[in-house]
Design a protein around this ligand. Structure first.
Ligand code: IMP
Ligand code: MG
Length: 455
């Protein structure tokens, strides 16, 4: 018997480097006529700005597709939920006039809850390290630790009778409270009774949105040929397994982890879009081969008269964190990382944002560079080395230089409007990575996007 399964119909959007690539723009494009939009991983450490009726809102948990009134939006099992953030987002969306938010938003009962003590732990764990990760301190890592320890509290647990919830929170927080006490942090000890009362109420508020059959929801969408979009969070090099461990987030935010978190299998996938910028950025610590020098210290911009290359890129591209406001580390485009990630991400297409910005940066710098190979351990290599932590050597980028002074108007919608110099840059990315650049971001708005029909 031959398998009779339908073709996959889900578009998966994942970050290609260290996050903040502008996944919201391409996700929004596909969500416009989608039936089901799913968030699969991460928590309130992620964030993107959504525009509705001329008003802006930063969403950290609700899928951005909620602004399109025909969508059902699912917060999937890979997400860790900060319930206060979530409730605020729901209210803010309603205030903006987004229709039927509570009817269209579905939340899997399996998703774990981030509690205030998780945020305290995030900060405390960092103090034990000589080389801190630079987390966003949103409690993400500690919430996933509790999930792995099988003492986490899920949305389902919030709906248990208050005395049961209290016991579960007490069991979960026994080791945490001991740690707080041992570190002179008595004031943040978790009070199981108070938390149980408060969070049970939140659970009740979420109950109408509780999805008790999330696998059935995605299965039905697949079988009925509905349009499904998955909003990835974070990115390839921040992935817990694939990334720059330990300078990573605590979830699996590559394609496969995103599918798991979003209640999908490989069969349900239509295409995978890897989102990148024409330059690179990173927040937090960890290797960044193409990083350019900038006047930044302790997450602050220092005063300066003459900018370094990194200052020019940061200012032109407005590289400040959406969640924390921290100035981002910036650098030139690293094509080697993307070539290395092609198959493990299952990349079909690249969405390359900020091509307009790189043109402007090029006007100031005279030229722009792209890293197309590395010098590492005495050799010239064409892949991202896996043993950086062991050798202690960050690969030295080998650059190709491009005339960067192109201008792309944000109104451009056709590839014909892209100047030759910019096309040359894009073509080189395709050659080195082997992935077609089908989508090109040319401005700040969600609609400022070129979709090429020649690839
Ligand atoms: P955490 O996920 O808050 O624990 O942070 C771990 C690392 O991932 C830090 O370097 C963060 O700056 C980074 N990170 C987490 N979420 C994002 C994001 O949405 N964009 C960019 N970096 C992120
Ligand atoms: Mg972001």
């Amino acid at each position: 018997m031959k398998p009779q399964d339908p073709k996959g119909n889900a578009v998966i959007v994942v970050g290609g480097k260290w996050g903040d690539e502008g996944k919201g723009k391409i996700t929004s494009r596909f969500s416009k006529d989608a039936d089901l939009v799913i968030r699969g991983t991460g928590g309130a450490n992620a964030g993107h700005t959504i525009v509705f009726g001329g008003k802006k809102i930063a969403l950290h948990l609700v899928p951005g597709g909620i602004v399109y009134p025909q969508t059902t939006c699912l917060i999937g099992q890979g997400v860790v939920i900060d319930i206060q953030v979530l409730l605020k987002e729901i209210e803010a969306l309603e205030e903006m006039g987004v229709p039927n938010v509570r009817e269209r938003l579905r939340i899997t009962g399996r998703a774990h809850i981030v509690f205030p003590y998780h945020k305290e732990l995030d900060g405390l764990y960092e103090t034990f390290k000589e080389e801190p990760v630079g987390t966003t301190k949103r409690g993400i890592g500690p919430a996933y630790i509790d999930q792995g320890a099988r003492s986490g509290i899920r949305v389902y647990e919030l709906l248990q009778p208050v005395d049961v919830l209290e016991r579960l929170i007490r069991e979960a927080t026994t080791p945490h409270n001991q740690l707080f006490e041992a570190n002179g942090m008595d004031e943040v000890r978790a009070d199981a009774k108070a938390l149980a009362e408060e969070y049970h109420k939140y659970g009740k508020m979420l109950e109408p949105m509780l999805e008790r059959d999330p696998d059935g929801l995605t299965s039905k969408a697949y079988r009925e040929g509905k349009k499904v979009v998955v909003e990835g969070a974070q990115a390839y090099r921040l992935d817990l397994f694939n990334g720059d461990y330990p300078d990573v987030t605590s979830s699996n935010c590559v394609t496969t982890g995103t599918l798991l978190g979003a209640h999908l299998s490989h069969k349900m996938v239509d295409k995978v879009i890897v989102v990148l910028k024409a330059h690179d950025s990173r927040v937090g610590n960890g290797p960044f081969p193409t990083e350019q020098e900038a006047h930044i210290e302790n997450d602050q911009v220092l005063p300066y008269l003459i900018p370094y290359t990194g200052d020019i890129i940061r200012e032109d591209a407005h590289e400040f964190g959406a969640t924390t406001g921290r100035p981002r580390r910036v650098g030139f485009f690293d094509a080697v990382i993307t070539a290395t990630s092609k198959d493990v991400l299952g990349a079909d297409y690249i969405c390359l944002n900020h091509m307009d910005t790189l043109g402007e940066i090029g006007k100031k710098l005279g030229s722009v560079k792209m890293c197309t190979s590395y010098f590492y351990q005495g050799e010239h290599i064409y892949h991202y080395p896996d043993d950086i932590r062991l050798t202690g050597e960050v690969p030295t980028p080998m650059y190709e230089e491009f005339y960067g002074g192109w201008t792309i108007p944000s109104s451009a919608r056709s590839y014909d409007e892209v100047p030759e110099a910019a096309k040359k840059y894009i073509k080189r990315i395709e050659e080195v990575t082997g992935i077609p650049v089908k989508y090109i971001g040319v401005g700040p708005d969600n609609d400022d996007l070129i979709v090429r029909d020649d690839v």
